[in-house]
Design a protein around this ligand. Sequence first.
Ligand code: CP
Length: 313
Amino acid sequence: KRHLISAADLSKDDALLVLDTAEELAQVSDRSIKKLPTLRGRTVVNLFYEDSTRTRISFEAAAKRLSADVINFSAKGSSVSKGESLKDTALTLEAMGADGVVIRHPASGAPHRLAGWVQGSVINAGDGTHEHPTQALLDAFTMRRRLGGLEGRKVTIVGDVLHSRVARSNVLLLDTLGADVTVVAPPTLVPVAVDTWPCRVSYDLDAVLPKSDVVMMLRVQHERMNASYFPTVREYSRRYGLDGDRMAQLPEHAIVMHPGPMNRGVEIAAEVADSVRSTIVEQVANGVSARMAVLYLLLGGSEPAIGKEVSGK
Ligand code: CP
C-alpha cells in the first residue's frame, strides 16, 4: 500500500502488522535507543492546515527517530493566506523532494485529493469530520498493550460522535480487529450515516458502562458545533460526562481513554483524566511508536525496521 487515508484501507493483517511493528519499535525506544537509520535519505513533509499539538509533534518525532529529514509546513504564516491552493502548495513541497506527506486539513477528503496529485505517500493526520486513522492505530495499540488482544473486547465511544473523525476511524479499525463497539451520544450528536457503521448505538451511558472494557471519551468540538445540536454544558456533562461516580460503574480492569485535547469538566472530570485508569498520557507516547510503524511500512522499502542502530543511549 502507498497511502493511509482511511482506517478502512487496512485489512486485519495490515492492521496487525502495523501494531506488531509499533510494538517492536516501542521496545527499541524502551531500551534507550533514540534513533534508527531506516528512513535515512527520505523526506517527510508535515502539512498542517489545522491546529494540532499531539499529531504534529509525534509525526515529527517519529520521522526523526527513523532518521528521515522533516519539513514542517503550517498553513498559518504561509502563502495559503495569499490564496495558494492545496494542489499548488503540495506540488511546491513535492518539488522539494517529499517522499511522504502527512496532512491535516479542515476539509473532509483533502488527503484523498492530495494522493491524486503527488507521487509520494499520503498519510491522513485528520481531515475535517471524516477520519484520523493513525489516532485509531495508536488507540488500538494502547488497548492491546493494556488488555491483551482486541478480539471480543467491548469498547464504548462516548460524546460528540457527529463531528468526530477519531470515532469513525476507531469504529472501522476496531471492527476489523474483532472488537465489539458501541457509540453513545445525545441523539443530536449521532451522524445520520451511523446505520452504515459496524457498531451499536446507545443513548444511555449508564446502561453501557458496566459492560465496557474500554470507555473512550470524545472532545466536544465547540468549534464545529451548531448551537441547536448541543444542550448546555451542564446538561451534557450530567448525561454524557464521565465523572468519578460514573467511572466507579466500570469493571475493575476497564480503562479510560481520550484522544486529547480534553475539555476537563465537560466530557471528562479532572479526577477521571488523572486517575490510574486513564491512558491519556500513554496514548501520546504510543502515538510516536504507531506513527513510526506507519512511516516505516509506507516509506521504508526493503530496509529492516530494526537491527542497525544509529546512536545508543
Ligand atoms: N488527538 C489529536 O489529534 O490531537 P491534536 O489535535 O493535538 O493533534
